[in-house]
Design a protein around this ligand. Structure first.
Ligand code: TRP
Length: 457
């Protein structure tokens, strides 16, 4: 192991870690996925379930993943190999490696769209009187053009690969630290504009006043999947990031910060999107195109809107970058630690795999194309990946991580992290109860509910 010590890394500082982990968590999941999934699933009722799942499942699983990573100083496969040798547990790490590539593949397509929209805004495509009809046409034409979409996602994966190649603290940490605060500021500005739009009240109502009659089995599954996706949990990202954390840091408070900021940004993104949806006569169930239609509608009504609009898409692309970095880092750390690959080769292979797998997702919006409506599944390839990799795989992963910590590794291993921080033993007991009972039972119950009701997607 000592040979590749230098190929691993360490976070430069305590804030550095929090920024990097928050950078992984905060991304398209908060700003692109959360609003449209919430819109498709009844608004406030979904948001309510989402917050519950962040608290009872997200926070405890994040603490667990970070603890496993920091304790073992390894990638997910290596971590389980070390803690449970000669068992099936390392397969859980492998699932994470594949899920990382799977998520990266469709995520970078959407990240590519944000680059495309940045360019469009700069070129002035949204200037003048912009109507809802125009926004639909611009969106459909753009995502339906496979050449542009493939080129943009290629660019995106390449940038991700370059940063990951740079290693942990110089690459990932530096980017995250500098750029995240700007995104936050711009988000607040656009939210202020949006909630003061005429006709926005209706959207705010749908977003904040729950209608529980809209809740179905799939709503539970999606709220859980969204919580895990947004917090980067269930595939070992936080195991990997925890492995670069110093023993001096307190991982309980770190997990608390990351979960808090991630949720705050998602809620703010909803507050930015929903008033503008009704103000522009768009529909709540607009689907994956939602933000791309709504944001231009907001900034076209702002003084100096184009600058803010272009800035927003650029920062969104950067937020996506700090997330794709963490997705690629998992399979790369696996090859470097377990197979003793050179970092460069590991990055090249995994980035190439993600790019190849991204092509069918890029072709998903071509009208009449094969991947726009896959036979039998009757859905777009991108939507399929989004559900399988971005919901189910993460839920399965989190279920087993909870089982692992609760039943195999033992919660006592993490106890000192609570006591050292002078958090009361009560907090430790709450976490222990959540990870041993609430997480596995809740996830299992949701799976059973989905299977019984046949409400898969
Ligand atoms: N959480 C990120 C987002 O919200 C996406 C992401 C990065 C992710 N790493 C992950 C999702 C690991 C699941 C697992 O945009």
């Amino acid at each position: 192991m000592s040979t590749n010590r230098q190929d691993r890394g360490k976070w430069g500082s305590r804030v550095g870690f929090i920024f990097a982990a928050a950078g992984s968590a905060i991304g398209l999941g908060n700003i692109w996925r959360f609003p449209y999934v919430a819109g498709e699933n009844g608004g406030a009722a979904f948001v309510f379930l989402y917050i519950i799942f962040v608290i009872i499942i997200g926070v405890p699983v994040m603490i667990s993943e970070l603890a496993i990573g920091r304790y073992t100083e390894k990638n997910p496969v290596g971590a389980f190999r070390l803690l449970a040798p000669k068992s099936w547990w390392p397969a859980l790490g492998m699932l994470g490696v594949f899920t990382g590539i799977g998520i990266l593949s469709f995520y970078s397509v959407v990240a590519g769209w944000t680059l495309g929209y940045f360019v469009k805004t700069i070129l002035g495509e949204f200037s003048g009187e912009i109507t809802t009809g125009n926004l639909e046409v611009i969106y459909n034409t753009f995502v339906g053009n496979p050449v542009a979409v493939i080129i943009y996602s290629f660019i995106f994966i390449s940038i991700t690969a370059l940063v990951v190649q740079g290693g942990v603290s110089e690459g990932i940490e530096r980017w995250a630290k500098i750029l995240m605060p700007f995104l936050f500021a711009l988000l607040i500005l656009l939210t202020l504009r949006s909630i003061t739009l005429e006709g926005g009240a209706e959207g705010i109502r749908t977003y904040l006043l729950p209608d529980f009659s809209k809740v179905r089995a799939a709503t539970f599954g999606k709220a859980l999947g969204q919580a895990l996706f947004s917090l980067s949990l269930g595939m070992g990202t936080m195991i990997t990031y925890g492995s670069y954390m110093s023993k001096k840091e307190n991982l309980v408070t770190a997990a608390g910060y990351v979960c808090f900021f991630d949720t705050l940004i998602a809620i703010l993104a909803g507050l930015m999107i929903f008033p503008a949806v009704t103000a522009n006569n768009l529909s709540m169930g607009e689907g994956p195109g939602l933000v791309f239609k709504v944001i231009p509608a907001i900034f076209s009504r702002m003084f100096g809107g184009h600058i803010f609009g272009a800035g927003f898409f650029l920062l969104l692309a950067i937020a996506a970058l700090t997330s794709t970095i963490s997705l690629l880092e998992v399979p790369v750390a696996y090859l470097v630690d377990e197979r003793h690959w050179k970092r460069t080769n590991a990055v090249l292979l995994m980035a190439a795999a993600a790019f190849l797998l991204s092509i069918p997702s890029s072709l998903s919006f071509m009208s009449g194309g094969f991947f726009a409506n896959i036979p039998v599944l009757k859905m777009k390839f991108l939507a399929f990946m989004n559900i399988i990799m971005g919901n189910y795989s993460l839920a399965i992963g989190s279920f087993f991580i909870a089982l692992f910590v609760g039943a195999r590794w033992g919660t006592g291993m993490i106890r000192s992290d609570f006591t050292e921080n002078r958090l009361s033993p009560v907090v430790y007991n709450i976490w222990r109860f959540l990870i041993r009972f609430v997480c596995p039972i809740a996830i299992l119950a949701i799976f059973i509910y989905i299977i019984v009701s046949g409400d898969y997607a």
